[in-house]
Design a binder for this molecule. Structure first.
Ligand SMILES: Nc1nc2c(ncn2[C@@H]2O[C@H](COP(=O)(O)OP(=O)(O)OP(=O)(O)O)[C@@H](O)[C@H]2O)c(=O)[nH]1
Ligand SMILES: [Mg+2]
Length: 405
C-alpha cells in the first residue's frame, strides 16, 4: 500500500471533502526575475550547506536534528521519504492520542519527564529542611537546571521566601508556588494565532532549524484550519529535498489542502511567489509556506529567508502576516539562540514548540517567554494530528509543576 493510500485509510475523515479530489491547477509560472535568477545559485548553497551541517554544525545539532540531517544527506530518496512520512501511524493509534484522552492528561504525560526531574530534586532537597538561605540557593539551582531560566528561578524563590522563610516547606507547597509563578510568566505570551479573514490569503511563513517539526506542524495546522472551514493552500518551500516536497504533499492529501510545489532544487523564493499567486487566485483563506530547515549560524541560508519575505511582498506588501518559528523542545538551551537569530533575520512573530512529549527540557519555553515575550501560539506533544494545540499558560504551568488537577 502506498503512503498516500495508507494515509487515506487512516485519515479517512479528512478525505472526500472535495478539495483533495479537485485537480490542482498548475501554479502560475510568472515568478519575479529576482527569484528565478538565483535558482541554481541557491540550490548550490543548500547542497554545500548540507555537507557542512554534518561536518561543523555540531554545536547546534540535537539528536533529533541529527536524524533529520542524516535524512537530508541521504543519497536514497526513497529511504528519506520513508522517514519523512513515518508519522503516519501503522496501527492508526495517533488520531486517538489527542482530545480523546483529555488534552491536559496528554500534556501532563508529555511533560512528565520535566516535572519528574523537578519533583525528584525538590523532594531530595527539602527533606526535613527549613527554608533558609542555603535551601533557597539550592532550590534556585534546581530550577535553573530545569531550564526555567535564571529570571524565573529567582522569581519563584523570592515568592517562596516571602511567604515561607524559616519555615518547613513540602515539595507540594513548592510545586504550588512554581505553578503559580510560571503561569504568570506564560500568561502574557499565550496568544492564539489569529487568522485575519479579511486577507485572502493570510500568509504564514514557517521557519526553524532542521528537524524541529515544521512540516508536521504545517500539516496539523492545515487540518485545524480546514476543520474551521477555511480554504488552505500549502507551499512546498523546502525545495532542497524531494522527500520534503513529498512529505508536504501527503499532508495535503490528508487535509484536502492544495499543495503548490516545484521540482527539487528549484528556488525557494520563486516557489513562495508561485504559492502566493495561486492562493490568491484560488481565493484561499490561509497560505502556509514550508521552508527548508536551516541552522541559525549559516548566514547564506538565513539570507534566503530574507529573500522569501522580499519576494512575497512583491505581491502583498503586508505578507507574511505571521512568521512562525518552530522550536524543538529537546533542543534545550539552544532554542533560546534560535529565537534570537531567526527573530533578527525574518521577523519571527510567534512560536510553536514541538516534542514536549518525552523531553526533560520543557522548561526552556518558560525561559524563552520570560526573555523574549514573543507570542507562543501552539505546542506539540506528539506526532498525531490532534497533538498540536493552542498554548494555554495555566495548563502548561500545572503540567510542568507536576500538579494533578
Ligand atoms: N514526538 C514528537 N515528534 C514530533 C512532534 N512534531 C514533529 N515530530 C516528529 O519530528 C520529526 C521531524 O518533523 P518534521 O516535521 O519533518 O520536521 P521539519 O522541521 O520539517 O524537518 P526538516 O524539513 O528536515 O527541517 C518527524 O518524525 C515528526 O513526526 C511532536 O510534537 N512530538
Ligand atoms: Mg520539513
Amino acid at each position: 500500500m502506498s503512503e498516500i493510500d495508507k494515509a487515506k485509510k487512516l485519515f479517512g475523515k479528512w478525505f472526500g471533502g472535495g478539495k483533495a479530489e479537485e485537480a490542482a491547477p498548475p501554479p502560475p509560472q510568472a515568478a519575479p526575475a529576482e527569484a528565478d535568477e538565483s535558482a541554481s545559485e541557491d540550490s548550490g548553497d543548500h547542497a554545500q550547506t548540507a555537507s557542512a551541517l554534518t561536518a561543523d554544525g555540531d554545536e547546534c545539532v540535537t539528536p533529533a536534528q541529527g536524524t533529520a540531517l542524516q535524512g537530508t544527506s541521504s543519497p536514497d530518496p526513497a529511504a528519506t521519504q520513508a522517514s519523512a512520512v513515518e508519522p503516519i501511524p501503522a496501527d492508526g493509534a495517533a488520531p486517538e492520542t489527542g482530545r480523546g484522552r483529555g488534552w491536559f492528561q496528554r500534556l501532563k504525560q508529555g511533560l512528565t519527564r520535566s516535572s519528574n526531574a523537578l519533583t525528584e530534586n525538590l523532594t531530595g532537597l527539602l527533606r526535613k529542611r527549613r527554608l533558609d538561605e542555603d535551601t533557597l540557593q539550592d532550590l534556585e539551582d534546581v530550577l535553573i537546571q530545569a531550564d526555567l531560566g535564571v529570571e524565573t528561578a529567582m522569581r519563584i524563590t523570592e515568592a517562596l521566601a516571602e511567604s515561607r522563610y524559616d519555615k518547613e516547606i513540602s515539595p507540594d507547597e513548592v510545586r504550588e508556588v512554581l505553578a503559580r509563578e510560571v503561569e504568570q510568566v506564560l500568561a502574557p505570551v499565550a496568544r492564539p494565532l489569529a487568522i485575519d479573514g479579511g486577507r485572502k490569503p493570510h500568509v504564514i511563513l514557517v521557519v526553524g532549524v532542521n528537524g524541529s517539526g515544521k512540516t508536521t506542524t504545517i500539516g496539523k495546522l492545515a487540518a485545524r484550519y480546514r476543520d474551521e472551514g477555511r480554504r488552505v493552500v500549502l507551499g512546498a518551500g523546502d525545495t532542497f529535498r524531494a522527500a520534503a516536497i513529498e512529505q508536504l504533499k501527503v499532508w495535503g492529501e490528508r487535509t484536502g489542502a492544495e499543495v503548490v510545489a516545484r521540482d527539487q532544487g528549484a528556488d525557494a523564493s520563486g516557489l513562495a511567489y508561485d504559492a502566493l499567486a495561486r492562493a490568491r487566485q484560488a481565493d484561499a483563506d490561509v497560505l502556509i509556506l514550508d521552508t527548508a530547515g536551516r541552522l541559525q549560524n549559516k548566514a547564506n541560508l538565513m539570507a534566503e529567508l530574507e529573500k522569501i519575505v522580499r519576494v512575497l511582498r512583491k505581491q502583498d506588501e503586508t505578507a507574511p502576516h505571521d512568521v512562525l518559528l518552530v522550536l524543538d523542545a529537546t533542543t534545550g538551551q539552544n532554542a533560546m539562540q534560535q529565537v534570537e537569530v531567526f527573530r533578527q533575520v525574518c521577523g519571527v512573530t510567534g512560536l510553536a514548540m514541538t516534542k514536549l512529549d518525552g523531553t526533560a527540557r520543557g522548561g526552556i519555553l518558560v525561559a524563552i517567554a520570560a526573555k523574549h515575550q514573543l507570542p507562543v501560539h501552539f505546542i506539540g506533544v506528539g506526532e498525531g494530528v490532534d497533538d498540536l494545540q493552542p498554548f494555554a499558560a495555566d495548563e502548561f504551568a500545572r503540567a510542568i509543576a507536576g500538579r494533578t488537577a
